[in-house]
Design a protein around this ligand. Structure first.
Ligand code: ZN
Ligand code: CU
Length: 485
């Protein structure tokens, strides 16, 4: 345990709590003192007076959680209190996942799915990543944000038709824009090779861009081409991209989707283990057996339940099952899906045992993949982190609370190069969450998804409380976190 010299005064003293420091190490009793935006002392601080005192008796004091997989690019601007994340104890989000980033793209034309998850063309108004970063810094949100540059966004900006491979001059344009993004501090480059605007990109095109990210010390983060029957080939493609472009890869929301593939995470995790002997591979996962994205015909074939999260043409159907809507309308599910477009959905397409196996994988980070602009969002938007701590760690005993916290703090900060974050230690940034280990729980459900977690007392970002006793404080101390080489 670190015990820095106790100061006589501090801005904040969190007293009487038990610290889980984010490294995976066992918990220990310690008061925590904060001055400005940093943790300045840990230990018995009986002689330190805090301008603000927080009683953490019978509580855990942990690093603020890092949501490594988000689509909060626009929410940071349009909902700067970030209540859906701050309420869970999240103090940092990584945006720009799945090939979709708000920048760099100044779009005059309709935005194709799934990019419309972030908003319509009106929201795509940042011709450079630097312009997006400037907007965030001028109107900061409650939490910190690191960002990735998305391949679909680059393709829509550089190509007249995203339904084909990019030609050399288009690749050059995308490389130049990605270079600008990396110079503006992007942590890496993301793809969503499963999706329409990204699918026609061959591996070589991805490598040509990943090399630009690599040259700037960045990561390659991917929603792979296939998470269904071809998941192992997709893993191989991902590893090949990492090796050819010489950069670390992160596999997004790892899963084996579709009833035929239930149980296959036994093989995929083994394959990831093998690859890790040769190269740097990370992954993230959300703690639910259902996924969510735009409504896509090719995800309807599996005989799985589909819940509509939003629809532009039939907004009243949000929150209802596609099968029920189809029955009411007297048409097939496929026809009903067509009529609902553009729309979003939750797909019950995973095996719970697979979800647990991936969650338990030592190098798996927690990422919500929440969709903040959906009418009836997947409950992961409000529930991910408390669900891992409450349901999976405490109730099911899948892993210790220390391990659960490490998967959402220390591990993630190291992987994404977030300097002095994700740790409760002297000198680190004061991103902190105080929670009740006996009560922490997700309360958001598929039926009632917009509900803050239980058991979170206080959330502090850069030394300032942003969420206290169930409410946003209105303070917005979030910062843009740039990649540190
Ligand atoms: Zn994705
Ligand atoms: Cu995603």
């Amino acid at each position: 345990m670190v015990e820095a010299a106790a100061p006589a005064r501090a801005d904040v003293v969190i007293r009487g709590g038990t610290v889980i420091d984010g490294s995976g190490a066992p918990r220990f009793r310690a008061d925590v003192a904060v001055n400005g935006d940093r943790i300045v002392a840990l230990g018995d601080l009986g002689r330190t007076a805090g301008t603000r005192e927080i009683d953490a008796t019978a509580r855990i004091v942990a690093p603020g959680f890092i949501d490594v997989h988000t689509h909060d690019d626009r929410a940071l601007l349009s909902r700067p209190d970030m209540a859906m994340k701050a309420s869970q104890g999240v103090t940092t989000v990584i945006v720009g996942n799945c090939g979709v980033s708000l920048a760099p793209l100044a779009a005059a034309r309709p935005i194709p799915p799934p990019m419309d998850l972030l908003g319509d063309a009106h929201w795509y108004r940042f011709p450079t990543v630097a312009a997006y970063v400037r907007a965030l810094e001028e109107a900061p949100p409650a939490v910190n944000a690191g960002f990735l540059v998305g391949h679909s966004t680059l393709r829509v900006g550089a190509m007249d038709d995203v339904g084909r491979a990019a030609r050399q001059p288009e690749i050059a344009v995308m490389q130049e824009r990605l270079r600008e993004g990396m110079a503006a501090g992007a942590i890496g480059f993301s793809t969503g090779l499963f999706y329409g605007p990204n699918r026609a990109a061959p591996t070589d095109e991805v490598v040509a861009l990943a090399e630009v990210a690599a040259a700037a010390g960045g990561l390659y983060v991917t929603h792979m081409r296939d998470e269904h029957d071809g998941v192992e080939q997709s893993l191989d493609e991902t590893f090949a991209i990492g090796r050819r472009a010489k950069l670390p890869v992160v596999i997004s929301h790892h899963k084996c989707a579709g009833a035929k593939n239930f149980g296959r995470t036994r093989q995929t995790l083994k394959r990831i283990d093998e690859a890790r002997r040769r190269q740097d591979v990370g992954l993230d996962v959300y703690p639910y057996a259902a996924g969510s994205t735009v409504l896509l015909a090719n995800l309807l074939d599996e005989g799985i339940k589909v819940l509509i999260t939003w629809s532009k043409t039939a907004p009243a159907e949000a929150g209802r099952y596609l099968a029920d809507i189809a029955r009411d309308w007297g048409i097939s599910e496929r026809a009903a899906a067509d009529r609902l477009q553009p729309a979003g959905a939750v797909y019950f397409m995973m095996d719970e045992d697979d979800v647990r196996r991936v969650l338990s994988y030592p190098d798996a980070m927690i990422g919500s993949d929440g969709l903040p602009h959906d009418e009836k969002p997947h409950p992961r938007l409000w529930g991910t982190f408390p669900r891992v701590l409450g349901h999976y760690a405490r109730t099911l005993g899948l892993f210790s609370l220390e391990e659960a916290v490490r998967k959402m703090t220390g591990l993630s900060a190291r992987r994404f190069g977030l300097l002095d974050r994700g740790a409760v230690t002297g000198g680190a940034f004061a991103d902190l969450v105080v929670f009740d280990p006996d009560r922490i729980a997700d309360t958001a459900t598929y039926d009632d998804p917009i509900r803050p977690a239980a058991g979170i007392d206080c959330v502090i970002a850069n030394g300032e409380p942003v969420w206290v006793d169930g409410h946003s404080t209105g303070t917005r101390p979030g910062r843009v976190l740039r990649r540190r080489g």
